[in-house]
Design a binder for this molecule. Structure first.
Ligand code: 5AD
Ligand code: SF4
Length: 470
């Protein structure tokens, strides 16, 4: 596809802005006060980043924001399709919104990965009559025109048309500093056999490096200090551009931006994570020594069925290389338990790999069949109980390792960026280390958004605890 066809034109964005202004007038006329929106986001950071775009468009339409659906004139659910559980949760929430609709006539919108699927669109059309607007990931930039259609014609609006695009020219409405997400690319080409993402987010497309550098610079100037570069597979950044830049090149350019900040990224695919990437991480002082490198499974047979295109041995070599360059690097991963055909021997190989790598933490999932993916047609003989038992065994192993790894921090002084108030009653603040470890800290008022040296004096499976030192 031609790049001009992928990037939404400035004229199209300007036209949407016109729609926003028309919506602003219509809402003001109908309500006689500022309209209120409640945006509910499910799923990954990419969805959070999309919601920041949506908030920006709602802001243009004149909306203020509330966290309770009952107080809103427009409720939007940005949904996730990665596992059945995520879909059920989202649909459950959408179902409950019928009360809000009845009570105050709110406009109910459903968007995101779940909404991009044809069978979901059909289901919502039939069984969720109170949903006013449904749009898929590819229609996100058209949101103002969809709201306008609903307001003007009063009919339900469905838009799941189009293919993957790049949206420039809408400034995300981000949370307050110090943390920010910045999408560097969209979509995925990998078609791991269990995964719905390539079907709902389209093919890989990289944003122009100059646009990324400029946005990053503005974020630093605005006081953001911990910025995460987002993409389904950041290691293939630039493959679709013809300006000769790759992900390591982008990291080096970002590292040269003036200011006190740190940059991290997710997600990396082991088949594309190169020694060059680890060399770059080691050499760039502002790049966090932390990597999320999903392995999914320790059995080569299952990795083949998953279409992951690397072996456990290759993965372990990568880890060894990364640690040889950055002995303190924090390593996290995703693992799926109960993929079709996984047997006890395969599972033992996963446990074996986890013991060898000794991850700082793990995101573990029980395989969930996704309609339309390759794995959905694979024979799956194991029972849900057997899968659950394996899942619990894996969790038990990882919890021990997480605790042991956290205990290694006892007595150490870490540079922590304080990013909010602690939810632990005994502590004032929470913050993150360079390795993204959660730290609960005590301290005087007014330290949000500052860097502090923190001496770690307690460690649990999930967090570190410490005191500010000079
Ligand atoms: N079932 C269970 N887990 C899945 N993931 C992706 N698809 C599925 C699925 N069908 C997990 C993978 C991925 C993470 C984001 O979600 O581990 O890395
Ligand atoms: Fe899904 Fe695989 Fe793409 Fe990740 S790399 S989004 S798991 S298809």
């Amino acid at each position: 596809m031609n790049r001009n066809d992928i990037i939404i034109s400035a004229e199209n964005i300007a036209e949407q802005r016109e729609y926003s202004l028309k919506c602003r007038e219509l809402f003001a006329c109908r309500l006689g006060r500022q309209p209120r929106a409640c945006v509910v986001t499910f799923g990954c950071q990419q969805n959070e980043a999309d919601s920041e775009m949506i908030r920006s468009m709602l802001h243009d339409m004149g909306f203020g924001f509330v966290s309770k659906a009952e107080e809103a004139d427009l409720v939007l659910f940005n949904t996730c399709a990665i596992r059945e559980h995520a879909e059920m949760r989202a649909l459950g929430n959408v179902g409950q919104s019928s009360h809000v609709k009845n009570a105050n006539g709110a406009i109910i919108c459903v968007c995101g990965c779940m909404a991009q699927q044809t069978h979901v669109e059909e289901k919502v059309k039939k069984s969720f009559p109170y949903v006013d607007i449904l749009f898929g990931t590819h229609a996100l930039w058209r949101f103002p025109s969809l709201v306008y259609k609903k307001l003007f014609y009063g009919k339900r609006v469905f838009d799941t048309q189009g293919e993957g695009v790049i949206i420039e020219g809408i400034e995300p409405l981000r949370k307050e500093p110090p943390n920010a997400w910045l999408s560097i690319m969209y979509g995925c080409n990998n078609f791991c056999s269990y995964c719905i993402v390539p079907y709902v987010r389209g093919r890989e497309r990289s944003r122009d490096p100059e646009v990324i550098i400029s946005e990053f610079t503005k974020l630093v100037e605005a006081g953001y200090k911990d910025i995460t570069l987002l993409g389904q597979n950041v290691n293939s950044y630039g493959n679709d551009l013809d300006c000769g830049i790759d992900f390591s090149g982008l990291l080096r350019r970002i590292n040269d931006i003036p200011g006190e900040f740190r940059v991290r990224f997710m997600t990396s695919h082991p088949k594309d994570a190169t020694k060059k990437l680890f060399d770059t991480m080691a050499e760039c002082d502002k790049v966090c020594k932390a990597i999320h490198l999903p392995v999914q499974c320790g059995s080569n047979r299952i990795l083949g069925l998953m279409n992951r295109r690397y072996t456990a041995e290759h993965y372990l070599e990568l880890i060894e290389y990364a640690r040889s360059k950055m002995p303190d690097i924090t390593i996290t991963s995703d693992i799926i338990v109960g993929f079709p055909g996984e047997n006890e021997e395969d599972f033992k190989q996963t446990i074996d790999l986890v013991e060898k790598v000794r991850y700082d933490s793990l995101f573990t999932f029980i395989y969930s069949r996704r309609k339309g993916t390759k794995a959905a047609d694979m024979e799956d003989l194991e029972t849900a109980e057997d899968k659950q038992r394996r899942f619990d065994r894996l969790l038990c192993v990882q919890n021990r390792i997480s605790r042991e790894k956290n205990e290694l921090y006892l007595g150490r002084v870490c540079k922590v960026l304080i990013d909010g108030l602690s939810d632990d009653e005994s502590y004032t603040y929470k913050g993150r280390t360079e390795g993204f470890k959660l730290v609960h800290i005590n301290g005087p008022k007014g330290l949000e958004g500052t860097w502090q040296n923190v001496k770690i004096n307690r460690a649990s499976t999930w967090a570190l605890f410490g005191e500010i030192v000079d």
